[in-house]
Design a protein around this ligand. Structure first.
Ligand code: 6PG
Length: 249
């Protein structure tokens, strides 16, 4: 399926449009399935989006009590560390929203070895989605209603970096990566492609001219881009959208 591209003048416009998109998706998901499962992305781009979602004009429409928040990836630092993706979302959104604490499913990174954190996070995901499915049949992969993703200048997404063996993972839901080529260069935990590509909807948020070449390659030459850019291998069974600003056009 070809991705849907929506372009906005600035990151501020992009973030407000993304907040509106997410509220509408959440309302529909809860109407259809009484639950909305959302995996947040990290980095700096989504901060404005999270701040918008906490603003009254969006917060009053969000079905918080039926919403479950997860992370697409996490740096293996303490949850209050400035590099933590949880800390970013907590400070800009979760601490301001009436989201029940049991609906926040962060990656257990404190004091854990990355592999242990990955195993623990996968266990919590399996428990949640198996229980939500109310189906004894073990599921191969969970279907998140929405997975938010960012784009790195090297074409990475979540913590799936170019050349990493975990790009070929076919069965595990969550893996640990060394993160040596990342910034910050810390070990990370990330969802794998089988999970990302099982999502009902994947929304990339990308801003800044330093990502233009990678984005244009992914958009115009998806097959060759998929050889070098992990973001080009995001091809969900559901819908795929890119919200970009004019730096990427
Ligand atoms: C991470 C992110 C990562 C991020 C991109 C873009 O934990 O680092 O999940 O995939 O989305 O690196 O980051 P910026 O938004 O800061 O450009």
């Amino acid at each position: 399926m070809k991705p849907e591209i929506r372009s906005y003048p600035t990151l501020l416009d992009l973030s407000k449009a993304a907040a509106e998109f997410i509220v509408e998706l959440a309302e529909t998901a809860v109407e259809d399935r009484t639950i909305f499962t959302l995996a947040l992305s990290g980095g700096s781009t989504p901060r404005l989006l999270y701040e918008y979602l906490a603003k009254e004009e969006f917060a009053r429409r969000m079905p918080w009590e039926h919403m479950h928040v997860f992370w697409g990836d996490e740096r293996c630092v303490s949850p209050d560390h400035p590099d933590s993706n949880f800390a970013l979302a907590f400070e800009s959104l979760i601490s301001k929203a009436p989201l029940p604490s049991e609906n926040v499913h962060r990656v257990p990174t404190e004091g854990e070895l990355p592999k242990t954190a990955a195993r623990e996070y996968e266990r919590s995901l399996r428990e949640f989605f198996q229980d939500a499915a109310r189906d004894r049949m073990p599921m191969a992969f969970p279907a998140f209603d929405l997975i938010l993703l960012g784009l790195g200048k090297d074409g990475h997404t979540a913590s799936l970096f170019p050349g990493e063996p975990v790009l070929e993972e076919k069965t595990r839901w969550v893996v640990a990566v060394a993160g040596t080529s990342a910034s910050p260069a810390v070990p990370r935990v990330t969802l794998t492609f089988p999970v990302i590509n099982q999502a009902r909807c994947v929304l990339f948020l990308a801003s800044g001219s330093d990502k233009r070449d990678v984005f244009q390659e992914i958009l115009n030459s998806p097959e060759s881009a998929a050889q070098q850019y992990p973001a080009a291998r995001v091809r969900p069974s559901g819908s795929l959208l890119w919200f970009i600003d004019e730096g990427l056009v």
